[in-house]
Design a protein around this ligand. Sequence first.
Ligand code: PYC
Length: 334
Amino acid sequence: MARKTFFCVDAHTCGNPVRLVAGGGPNLVGKNMSEKRQHFLREFDWIRRGLMFEPRGHDMMSGSILFPPHDPDNDFSILFIETSGCLPMCGHGTIGTVTIALEEGLITPKIPGLIKMEAPAGLVTIAYQQTGKKVDWVKITNVKSYLAASDLTIECPELGLLTFDVAYGGNFYAIIDPQTNFSGVHNFTANKIVQLSLILRNRINKKYPNTFVHPEDPTIAGVSHMLWTGEPLDAKSSGRNAVFYGDKAIDRSPCGTGTSARMAQLHAKGKLGLGETFVHESFIGSTFIGRVEATTTIGVYEAIVPSIQGWAQVTGYNNIIIDDDDPYAHGFQV
Ligand code: PYC
């Protein structure tokens, strides 16, 4: 019998869960986080499945494991573990992880107020404000984000032909804006979005194979997330989204990589300028403040450097046991 205990600190970022594995994580081999992510997927994915899926997690569960930096100038490296796999980058996961790590004293940034974090998708710099123990906000300057393709089409059950764009913000997003056959997220239930997204993501990756590949890291490939847009609940917000990930999840936060992809799409289409802010509302109405910090290029693409600001709340401590005797040790999905 093998029994393994993981000490986790749980939190939520604007409503979406974050489970930081602070004890019990594996040793990974690789010269950067992209290589370590591949090592984890080959040998330790049972940890992700056990801690993210039912009965220890749920459809929206998302987490992280911290590692030392590869470059001594940086503060730490991060592996994201989610129901959807090990994402190259996760914005809400970063905001939650940084909040937990600072409040629980798990990290001591070399420069107070500024963190350099190595994610599988690249280097991310993070500013934050802490009052006493409490972290008030976290602002991520994310990886280069770009519009990869626009005005593609896909046949959607019930709705008919849909036009969509694909943008990268740390993951590849198919972005569906309101149009003749789609009146906007404000007219749809979460269940309907999940049901349609699962079918559409499969169809998109089948219709456009080997099309969406990161110019600098070919391990990041394919549309993993669907971002549906629509009218905000609060007139002061710039827009609202429903981001689908995994097989059943709608992000309760406004989604950091999704907001980055959305800003890259809008910037490329001349709808969001350098220095402009974009207040992005999640499906439940929580908000991130996005901003186009700089313009740049990546491969053949015009790109932006986006920032996303949000907050997180620690919710508890969790010693989680994964015991080989348990038939559901490595989780299940219904
Ligand atoms: O915040 O980047 C994000 C994210 C990805 C999936 C769920 N949240």
